[in-house]
Design a protein around this ligand. Structure first.
Ligand SMILES: Cc1cc2nc3c(=O)[nH]c(=O)nc-3n(C[C@H](O)[C@H](O)[C@H](O)COP(=O)(O)OP(=O)(O)OC[C@H]3O[C@@H](n4cnc5c(N)ncnc54)[C@H](O)[C@@H]3O)c2cc1C
Length: 424
């Protein structure tokens, strides 16, 4: 039997960031993870795009604050004896098709409120920056078996929104490892290849966890940062019915194809809701992920038993990207990755306490919280230290932006917010 101040279930990018922040505040932590190393879960599949383009001011502000930490990653870590993940600030482009301008107004208003610079690009400017791109219209996106799939429709991409303060992190798993090493330097401990099988309570409060080997670890604080397994940990803790917002795992395929000549390594990522995909450069490749169009039903899976091979999802995404990039070759052997999102009811995470004293949630990251991980550690440390926020207004200071955000936005008791998709 061992004792800690806090146990963090999960050593993904979120769990590692939480232990670093807690350790810096003198709280002795242990991360336990069922996998062999930090960031081997959904973090390792992440496209790791960093963008402040969100439909809510709090999300936009948190992402823009986090970008400052990626810019100064080594300084933020403060202890980095190994290679560190690289943040590549390429900028990012959101394509706007004629007649859909209203869909982006809210996001642009949020950029204005937070003070993020953006430029509107004309079709000529888009073609200059991205030679070879097609500005035909294809949407709304269709499934492969639907008539007209892959064919242009009337209309055009009439403008673009370019956000310079955006980019991607070269190696998301390494970023988690960097956080682990920095946290260990501050006194945190990590235990891998061990699964939490029970959450222990005493006198109505958290008292620790039980592991699959039968070990008992005691702590008055336990954080659920179990990614796509978050719902299972909540079930173990017996708190699921007390949550207004629930989480479930969605399976996602990401395709890698040799990049066309007009889309090279330093090209900005592209969000293309008209074709239903996003793209970013990855060495000599184009990485292609889904923008979750309405025609694609969510692929809800069991996180312990899902298909990790490529399916028609891969081909659909490759063809959608090839509509936009006519020179893109679709290779015979599918390359890429298959990972899980931990999706909440409104694609916004839950960062909160729970009705079970000592049990905290950093879950529902919904395919869009890698970017925020460096700030989520401090956010959760604030929640844990203040035993906040429980839906009550609770301010977190964002030092780079010199402003605060109200953490009740991330409450487990919130009403479902309006968001479009993974773009949140
Ligand atoms: C394909 C894909 C693309 C994405 N693209 C982006 C993007 O472009 N930008 C962005 O910001 N975000 C993106 N995301 C989202 C981002 O990657 C996630 O939000 C983030 O990585 C989640 O980190 P985590 O630490 O919460 O989860 P994870 O990395 O999944 O870590 C959770 C850990 O908990 C462990 N665990 C679970 N149950 C137990 C148990 N019972 N006992 C012990 N350990 C347990 C698991 O083994 C796992 O390692 C993407 C995600 C995916 C899958």
């Amino acid at each position: 039997m061992k004792e800690f101040d806090a146990i963090v279930i999960g050593a993904g990018v979120i769990g590692c960031s939480i232990s670093l922040a807690l350790a810096r505040r003198g709280i002795k932590t242990l991360n336990v993870d069922a996998l062999p190393a930090a960031g081997y879960g959904s973090t390792s599949h992440s496209s790791a795009i960093v963008r402040p383009f969100y439909s809510h001011e709090t999300s936009c502000a948190l992402a823009h604050e986090a970008r400052h930490r990626w810019l100064g990653w080594r300084e933020f870590l403060d202890y980095a004896p190994e290679p560190v993940a690289r943040y590549v600030e390429t900028g990012g482009l959101v394509l706007v098709r004629n007649g859909t301008e209203h869909l982006y107004e809210n996001n642009l208003a949020m950029l204005d409120k937070v003070g993020v610079e953006f430029h509107r690009l004309s079709p000529q400017e888009i073609k200059k920056i991205y030679p070879g791109i097609s500005l035909a219209a294809f949407g709304p996106p269709k499934c492969q078996h639907e008539e007209g799939f892959g064919e242009p429709v009337s209309g055009n991409i009439t403008s673009g929104i370019f956000i310079p303060a955006s980019g991607y992190v070269s190696d998301p798993q390494l970023a988690a490892r960097n956080l682990q090493v920095a946290a260990e330097h501050e006194g945190s401990m990590f235990s891998f290849n061990v699964r939490v099988t029970n959450i222990l309570r005493e006198g109505g409060a958290i008292s620790g966890v039980e592991l699959d080997r039968g070990d008992i670890i005691r702590a008055p604080t336990v954080v659920n940062a179990a990614g796509p397994h978050s719902f299972a940990i909540n079930d173990l803790a017996g708190i699921t019915s007390s949550l207004k917002i629930k989480t479930k795992p969605h399976r996602h395929e990401v395709a890698y194809l040799k990049a066309p000549s007009g889309y090279q390594q330093n090209a900005g990522f592209i969000v293309d809701l008209d074709a239903g995909v996003y793209q970013r450069p990855d060495s000599g490749d184009m990485l292609i992920g889904s923008a979750d169009p309405n025609c694609d039903p969510p692929d809800v899976v069991n996180p312990d038993d899902y298909n990790d091979q490529f399916t028609a999802q891969w081909t659909t995404q490759a063809i959608r990207a090839a509509q936009r990039w006519p020179e893109l070759g679709i290779e015979n052997n599918a390359r890429g990755t298959v990972g899980l999102y931990d999706v909440s009811d409104d694609w916004i995470p839950i960062y909160d306490r729970t009705d079970l004293p000592g049990f905290y949630l950093a879950i529902g990251t919904s395919g869009n919280q890698f970017k925020n991980a460096p700030v989520v550690g401090d956010l959760m440390a604030d929640v844990i230290e203040n035993r906040a926020h429980d839906s009550a207004p609770s301010l977190m200071n964002l030092t780079n932006l010199k402003r605060s955000i109200d953490l009740s936005f991330y409450s487990r008791h919130r009403d479902v917010q309006e968001t479009a998709s993974v773009m949140a």
